[in-house]
Design a protein around this ligand. Structure first.
Ligand code: MN
Length: 205
C-alpha cells in the first residue's frame, strides 16, 4: 500500500493563476491551447517536481538508497519546467496592452547590445525557431558585464547560463503551439511578439 508522506513542515510547488482570462490572448494563443498548456502541461511539471521532493523526503526518513543522479536530473527538468512556465505566463498579456517594443533602460541596453530592437527581435526569433526538439528561448541579463544575452534552452534545463537573470521567455515545446499552429513554430513565434508584456519584462530587468 502506498504511504502518503505529509510531514506538514515542507513546502511544495504550486501552479500559479494566470493574470488574464484563458481567452484573452486570442487570436495569438487560443483558449483551448492556453487551457491545456497551463492546466495540463504546467501542472504536470508542478506535480512531477513535488513527487520527486516527496520521494526524496521518504527516502531520507527511511534512510533508503536512491539513484541520486537520475532523481536530480528529473528534478531539474521538472523544476525548470515549472519556473520557466511561471515566467512565461507573466511575460504575456492581452494584445491590447502588449506587443511593440520596450521602453526606457531596457530599450537602451537592447539597442546598445544588438544595435537595434529589430536586430534583437531577429536574433531572438532565430534562436526560438532553431531550438532542437523541445525548449525555450530567453532574454537574459548578465550582472557581471551588464549585458543582455539571448539564451537558447533545450528541454527545460540544458544550455542555461547559471545566475543570469531571466527577463523574458518563449516556450517552443510543440505543446505550446500545436493546437493553434500545427507544426508551424515560426508562425507561433511571430504571433508571440504581439502579446509580449514589456512592462513585466522591464520590471524583471
Ligand atoms: Mn510549455
Amino acid at each position: 500500500m502506498e504511504t502518503i508522506i505529509n510531514s506538514g513542515t515542507t513546502t511544495l510547488y504550486s501552479l500559479p493563476q494566470l493574470s488574464y482570462g484563458y481567452n484573452e490572448l486570442e487570436p495569438h494563443i487560443s483558449e483551448e491551447q492556453l487551457r491545456i498548456h497551463h492546466d495540463k502541461h504546467h501542472q504536470a511539471y508542478v506535480n512531477g517536481a513535488n513527487a520527486i521532493l516527496q520521494k526524496l523526503e521518504k527516502a531520507r526518513k527511511e534512510n533508503a538508497d536512491l539513484d541520486i543522479k537520475s532523481t536530480l536530473k528529473e528534478l531539474s527538468f521538472n523544476i525548470g519546467g515549472h519556473l520557466l512556465h511561471s515566467l512565461f505566463w507573466g511575460n504575456l498579456a492581452p494584445a491590447n496592452r502588449a506587443g511593440g517594443a520596450p521602453s526606457g533602460n531596457l530599450n537602451d541596453v537592447i539597442e546598445n547590445e544588438f544595435g537595434s530592437f529589430e536586430r534583437f527581435k531577429k536574433e531572438f526569433t532565430q534562436a526560438a525557431v532553431s531550438v532542437e526538439g523541445s525548449g525555450w528561448t530567453a532574454l537574459t541579463f548578465c550582472r557581471e558585464t551588464n549585458r543582455p544575452m539571448i539564451m537558447q534552452i533545450e528541454k527545460h534545463n540544458v544550455n542555461v547560463y547559471p545566475m543570469f537573470r531571466i527577463l523574458m521567455v518563449l516556450d517552443v515545446f510543440e505543446h505550446a503551439y500545436y493546437i493553434d499552429y500545427k507544426n508551424d513554430r515560426a508562425k507561433f513565434v511571430d504571433a508571440f511578439w504581439n502579446i509580449v508584456n514589456w512592462d513585466e519584462v522591464s520590471k524583471r530587468f
